[in-house]
Design a protein around this ligand. Structure first.
Ligand code: DC
Length: 220
């Protein structure tokens, strides 16, 4: 029995999971773990070493040669070097979604995620936290919003970072990623039966943060 809960927040890309999970973790003073960052970092490492993202075994071997840790603000360091925004480009979004479909890669990252959350007091966000990584999480949430709204939000984020992409390009890439993330054979994006679905279409990030924080606090 964990003293503090594991909070699992899953959902499709661009729904605002990171902002929400970070906000909830700050309110609860829990550790924030962005599991997508692990897949992105693995895609980046593979890319730098000339490994084809379609080669699951080679990417998994690459993942196993690196160490990963998150600081208290949830920033990921690979081999003790913060990866920062190098993993946040559209190219690495594509790479992460591609490497994440391989069972070998998912297996290589599973233990790391479980270690990070095993003592509770943690908010993990991803695609399969409530279904596979922590099926016994005390609190599970599944965020949803239409593809148009998610593309709009991602577009704003990328504009702020100076990336020059159109909303149509983002929406197109998002459809491909959604399809791949939802239809892969292992650990597809899926709502856990016992997760609370939160429709984020018309809610601000703050509203979702309050809703989730209240739900965690009131049941613990
Ligand atoms: O959340 P994100 O957009 O940073 O995730 C990048 C990719 O990683 C996403 O397309 C699917 C994959 N991913 C996954 O398969 N399982 C997770 N728990 C987190 C991310």
């Amino acid at each position: 029995m964990r003293r503090n809960p594991v909070v699992a927040i899953d959902g499709p890309s661009g729904v605002g999971k990171s902002t929400v999970a970070k906000g909830v973790a700050a309110q609860l003073q829990f550790q924030f773990v962005d599991t997508g960052a692990l897949y992105r970092a693995v895609a980046l490492a593979a890319y730098k070493n000339g490994i084809n993202w379609e080669d699951g075994n080679a990417v998994a071997r690459e993942a196993e040669t690196h160490s990963f840790c998150f600081d208290s603000s949830g920033n990921l360091a690979m081999d003790d070097v913060f990866v920062g925004d190098s993993i946040r480009t559209p190219h690495m979004s594509e790479g992460a979604s591609t490497v994440a479909k391989h069972p070998e890669v998912r297996a290589a990252l599973l233990d790391i995620q479980r270690q990070l959350g095993k003592d509770g007091g943690v908010v993990l966000e991803g695609r399969d936290i409530g279904t596979v990584v922590f099926p016994d999480a005390e609190k599970k949430f599944f965020l949803t919003a239409s593809i148009r709204e998610r593309a709009r939000r991602r577009h704003l984020q990328l504009l702020e970072k100076g990336e020059n992409v159109t909303i149509e390009e983002i929406e197109k890439a998002q459809v491909v990623r959604d399809e791949r993330d939802s239809n892969r054979a292992v650990s597809p994006l899926k709502k856990a039966d016992d997760a609370l679905e939160v429709d984020c279409e018309t809610k601000s990030a703050d509203e979702v943060i309050q809703l989730i924080t209240y739900s965690v606090v009131s049941s613990h």
